[in-house]
Design a protein. Structure first.
Length: 60
């Protein structure tokens, strides 16, 4: 099972979007919201409240 590169959501097989960069890095996204936040807006997942990483850091 793949995970979203931004929010950490578990993706079902056959869903989501995969982006492969020229340097070989692979990004998987569950939604356009996650894709835009990471690529276009340049946000860090740990500072966005609704991501799994941010919730984990807040509780720890």
């Amino acid at each position: 099972m793949a995970r979203c590169s931004f929010c950490g959501y578990v993706l079902e097989p056959g869903t989501g979007t995969v982006l492969v960069k020229n340097d070989g890095r692979i990004f998987t996204f569950c939604s356009m919201k996650c894709e835009k936040n990471l690529l276009k807006l340049g946000r860090e997942p740990r500072y966005v409240k609704w991501t799994k990483v941010a919730r984990k850091d807040k509780n720890a």
